[in-house]
Each structure stands twice: as structure tokens, then as C-alpha cells.
Design a protein around this ligand. Structure first.
Ligand SMILES: Nc1nc2c(c(=O)[nH]1)N[C@H]1C(S)=C(S)[C@@H](COP(=O)(O)O)O[C@H]1N2
Ligand SMILES: [Mo]
Length: 553
């Protein structure tokens, strides 16, 4: 019995690995849904389960970052590893359970059981995939046929493998067995013909699924990278906006300390956080922004209409509320779009309207009050980043910008805006996160550049540098402390805008040994940042506290 369970688990696992590879290849080549990601995304959206999934992902991220990975690059792979593992574990468990149950019922048919198991898994998974991807009628038919078909083949494989390697020995085989044993009355039990048959069947099965996996995953990865390249090329060509030659603070004399992060984040390095294992891919041609509710003139805007409005550019530092102190879930780029004030002016917002309830293609949603929009023209519907149409992972074709708020308040892939007198709590707010999510002041030491000493007035100095950010409230001062010395004021570079981070630098008189370096910043109005460490994350409203670095120089 124990053997049957082990064999069942092995068969289920091998077949599921191959199934994942085939799903992956089909997803890359034909845009068919990739089932493991759909299932994980679906589970993650269930409020009661979201916590468990977040816990699993956080654990994986902790493992990846412990091995030297970066938070911003570890987050998505962690999620994706979890998604695929989910399918593999389910497959192994299904195989083990099926072999165990069949073993109890001598006359049961493996084929029928395999079909039953594949239906039990395939049908709900098909429905989950539909609920997430919401395909049109044609897509519904194709996706259903594909997902159910793939699971049926997988289940047939399970059934067949049971007949070959899991079923109890038939009479013929046991006769052979007796012959073998009687001819050689060995002290040790010899492998029987039946056992050898089973073993070689399992080896062949493992080999075949390995080949399918390698070919499927390899081809899929090839197609994926080629498509990503083409897409970038197309986006670059389609770009109506171009990047200015010089950044607005190009003539600032302050040179960042060597090792300070780039002031303007290369687009491919911009952090990415959202509730999807894969970014939503939206067709810009058929996409519409529907603005409805308490307006005299509800509209359904095309991307071109939105682009035809007077555009504005803003240099913006975006941060995730889950960013830990000195984490890398914070980046700066140039955003292009149209002020929401300008768009709403055409629609006739009715008296009594208080809020914009915003919905996205991935089911994410947030609300922004009309108060904020009316007093801040920087609140912007954004269609370009870094002079290019938004990349799909950053919300193509449209996202919103709200100054001074963490990313969780700023939906990507926007499809609907309802002007209303009733606020609908945002996706993360419903899950207990900070409803305001105002960005907190934070400062970070990026570098203690002991290998780039500067000589000045007969002194040897160590350049120290990093960033300070206070949302849209400005940075008036940054101070550095070495060991238990005085807090000394650092030099500030002019920021790219009043909403981006500020680069600071302090040239510290060199003293050999092991030292503790600390940094803190003040907001535009002189308020000192919070100094006591706090956990951070959505529930607590962002990580705060002094960033401390110990270095030997
Ligand atoms: N539609 C949608 N918008 C979203 C999210 C999401 O999951 N879905 N995540 C938000 C969060 S938590 C953050 S931090 C920012 C990150 O934006 P970025 O990935 O472009 O850096 O997107 C926000 N907008
Ligand atoms: Mo976030």
C-alpha cells in the first residue's frame, strides 16, 4: 500500500511538471491562460485567504533575499514559484490518493479513475481561469477546450500509469514470480519480473515527462523573451513623448557619493508590485476609460482622446507601503499624463459628488476624494513613463498619480471611474491596510565610499550618500551621525521635482576602524522624521525609523 502511494505521488508529480511546461508554452505562444498563476491570483483575492498567501510569499522572499537577492526582484518570482509548486503538490497528492484508493478496490479501472480525477481538478480550475480572465465567447470556448483537454490527457496519463505500475499483480505475473523464486531459492528476495517491468515503466515515464518539460519550458522561455523584445521595440516606436536631454537639476554642482543609487531609475529597474502573477496585457485599441456616475456627461474615452488633452510631465518617486527601511520598493521616473481636474472639467461633476471610485482590469480598486483632486492639479491620469507608453507591468494603458500617497492608493490598468457620493473602500483598505496611506519621511544611506577617499584642506574624507524622501512635503535638511557623535548636516542635491527623493552627500573626516553611521531627514516645514523603528507594511502604514549601517573603513 505504501508503495502504491509513493508510486502514485511520483506519477502525479511527473505528469504535473510536464503539464505546467505545456501550459507555459501555450501561454507564451497562443496567449492561453497559464493555469498556476490564475489559481494563485484567484486564491490571493479571497480576503480570508489573502493573508496565508502573503505569508507564503513573504517567506519565499525572505529566503531569496537571504541568499543575496533584492526585494524588488524577488517578489514576483517568489509568487510564481509558489503558484507552480501549488500545481505540483496538488498533482502529486492527486496521484497518491488515486493509487491508494484504487489499490483497495481490486476491480476498479485506472482509466475511469484518471478521468474522474482530471474532471475534479479541471472543471473548477477552468471556472477560476474564466472568472479572472473574463474571455469573450470565442475565448471562453477555446480556453475551456484547452484547459479541460489538457487536464483530461493528464488524467488519462494517471490512469494508464496505474494500470502499468500501480495495480496489484495479475495472475500471470504472479505465476512468473513464483517460477522465478522457485528456480532460485535465494536467501534474499529477488526482484520479480513484475517489479522490473514497473521500474522500467516508471523510469520511461519520468524520462518522457522530463523531455516534455525541458522542451516546453525552453521553447516557452524563448518565445517569451522574443515577444518582450518586440513589444519594447514597438512601444519605443509608438512613443509620442520623448525624454528631455537634460534632467531639470542637471546643473546642480553636487556630485552624488560614489555608490549612491541612480537619481533617475532606469525603467527596467523600477520596482513592480501588484496582485497579479503576470501583468495584465491590455489591448490599447479596444480599451476604453468609462467615467460614469454623478456627472452630466458620462464618457467612454479612447486612449487617443486622453492623449489629446494638454499633457503634463512630472518627475515622481513612487514607493510601496510594504517597503522596509532602506528597501528597494521605491523608484523615480518621469510620468506623463493629463490632470484629472482637466478631464473632469468637461464632464460636469454634479453637486454632492465626493469621491472617484476607480476600478482596474485586474479587479484592483481604490477611491480618491474629489477634495484631493480639486486642490491638487498634480493628480494625473498617466499614460507614459520615461517618455514611453506605460509598460504592461506598470499599468498600460492608464494609471493614476496621487501625490504624497503610497502605491497602494494608485491603481494601474484603470478601466472605470465612478463619480459618487459614497466611497468604496480600496482593495488593500478592505484587507486592513492604512486607509490614508500617506507617504512617511524616510532617509537611507546608500554608500559609505571608503574606496573613493577625497583630500580636502589636508584632511582625508570618506564620501557618504543616499536618498531622503518625504512624499510631496519636501526635504529641508538631512543629518548624518557617526558612532555617538554630533548629528552633522549633509549637502543636498536639488531634487528632480518637489515630489521626488533628494540625493544627499556628507564627506566624513576619515577615521580607521568599525563605525556606525545613521541618517535622518526633516520635512519641508522642519518636522523631523520618525526615529523609532516600526514594523512597516500596509497595516502599520509604512516602515519608519533611522537607517543604521555598520561599516569597517
Ligand atoms: N490595478 C492594480 N494597480 C495597482 C496595484 C495592483 O495590484 N493592481 N498595486 C498597487 C501597489 S501596492 C503599488 S506599490 C503600485 C506599484 O506600481 P508599480 O508596480 O508600477 O511600481 O501599484 C499599485 N497599483
Ligand atoms: Mo504597494
Amino acid at each position: 500500500m505504501k508503495r502504491a502511494i509513493l508510486i502514485g505521488a511520483f506519477v502525479g508529480l511527473s505528469l504535473s511538471i510536464a503539464l505546467s511546461a505545456v501550459f507555459y508554452l501555450a501561454a507564451q505562444v497562443f496567449d492561453l491562460p497559464f493555469i498556476p498563476f490564475d489559481v494563485l491570483d484567484w486564491f490571493a483575492r479571497i480576503e480570508q485567504l489573502g493573508g496565508a498567501i502573503t505569508f507564503g510569499i513573504d517567506t519565499l522572499i525572505a529566503i531569496i533575499t537571504a541568499f543575496g537577492g533584492q526585494l524588488s526582484t524577488a517578489a514576483k518570482p517568489a509568487e510564481q514559484i509558489m503558484a507552480v509548486s501549488g500545481l505540483l503538490v496538488t498533482g502529486a497528492a492527486a496521484g497518491a490518493a488515486m493509487f491508494a484508493v484504487l489499490r483497495r478496490r481490486a476491480e476498479a479501472s485506472g482509466a475511469r479513475a484518471g478521468l474522474l480525477v482530471s474532471a475534479v481538478l479541471g472543471v473548477p480550475v477552468t471556472l477560476i481561469s474564466h472568472s479572472l480572465n473574463q474571455p469573450d465567447v470565442m475565448g471562453l470556448i477555446i480556453n475551456t477546450a484547452w484547459i479541460l483537454g489538457a487536464f483530461l490527457v493528464w488524467g488519462a496519463g494517471l490512469g494508464w500509469a496505474y494500470e502499468k505500475a500501480g495495480a496489484p499483480a495479475t495472475r500471470d505475473v504472479s505465476e512468473a514470480e513464483t517460477q522465478v523464486t522457485s528456480e532460485m531459492p535465494a536467501e534474499k528476495p529477488r526482484p520479480t519480473v513484475e517489479m522490473i517491468d514497473r521500474r522500467s515503466f516508471l523510469i520511461r515515464l519520468g524520462g518522457a515527462t522530463a523531455v516534455i518539460t525541458v522542451v516546453g519550458a525552453g521553447l516557452g522561455a524563448l518565445v517569451a523573451s522574443e515577444r518582450a523584445r518586440l513589444r519594447r521595440q514597438l512601444l519605443a516606436e509608438a512613443a509620442g513623448v520623448t525624454l528631455p536631454e537634460n534632467l531639470p537639476n542637471a546643473d546642480d554642482p553636487l556630485i552624488p557619493a560614489p555608490g549612491t543609487r541612480p537619481e533617475y531609475t532606469p525603467l527596467e529597474d523600477h520596482y513592480r508590485i501588484d496582485i497579479n502573477a503576470l501583468p495584465r496585457e491590455i489591448d490599447g485599441e479596444t480599451w476604453r476609460l468609462n467615467i460614469t456616475g454623478m456627472v452630466d456627461k458620462p464618457v467612454s474615452l479612447t486612449l487617443d482622446t486622453i492623449r489629446a488633452y494638454p499633457s503634463m510631465d512630472q518627475y515622481i518617486t513612487l514607493a510601496c507601503i510594504s517597503n522596509p527601511i532602506a528597501g528597494d520598493l521605491i523608484s523615480t521616473t518621469r510620468w506623463t499624463g493629463v490632470s484629472l481636474q482637466r478631464v473632469l472639467a468637461d464632464l460636469g461633476v454634479q453637486d454632492g459628488a465626493r469621491v472617484l471610485n476607480i476600478r482596474s482590469a485586474d479587479g484592483f480598486h481604490e477611491a480618491v476624494s474629489l477634495d484631493i483632486i480639486n486642490r491638487d492639479e498634480r493628480v494625473m491620469l498617466t499614460y507614459a513613463w520615461d517618455g514611453q507608453p506605460l509598460l504592461s507591468e506598470h499599468g498600460f494603458p492608464l494609471r493614476i498619480y496621487i501625490p504624497d500617497r503610497y502605491g497602494m492608493k494608485q491603481p494601474k490598468w484603470i478601466t472605470d471611474i465612478e463619480v459618487s457620493d459614497i466611497e468604496q473602500e480600496g482593495y488593500w483598505v478592505r484587507r486592513g491596510w492604512d486607509p490614508v496611506a500617506q507617504m512617511l519621511a524616510t532617509s537611507v544611506i546608500d554608500t559609505v565610499a571608503a574606496e573613493s577617499l577625497v583630500e580636502e584642506g589636508g584632511q582625508t574624507l570618506v564620501p557618504i550618500g543616499g536618498i531622503a524622501h518625504t512624499g510631496a512635503r519636501g526635504v529641508s535638511k538631512v543629518e548624518v551621525q557617526v558612532d555617538d557623535g554630533e548629528w552633522v548636516e549633509a549637502a543636498l542635491r536639488a531634487p528632480l521635482s518637489e515630489t521626488t527623493w533628494v540625493i544627499w552627500r556628507y564627506d566624513w573626516p576619515f577615521a580607521e576602524g568599525r563605525h556606525t553611521f545613521r541618517v535622518r531627514c526633516y520635512e519641508g516645514d522642519g518636522t523631523l522624521q520618525l526615529e523609532t523603528r516600526q514594523g512597516g507594511g500596509g497595516r502599520l502604514g509604512g516602515a519608519v525609523g533611522i537607517h543604521t549601517r555598520r561599516e569597517t573603513v
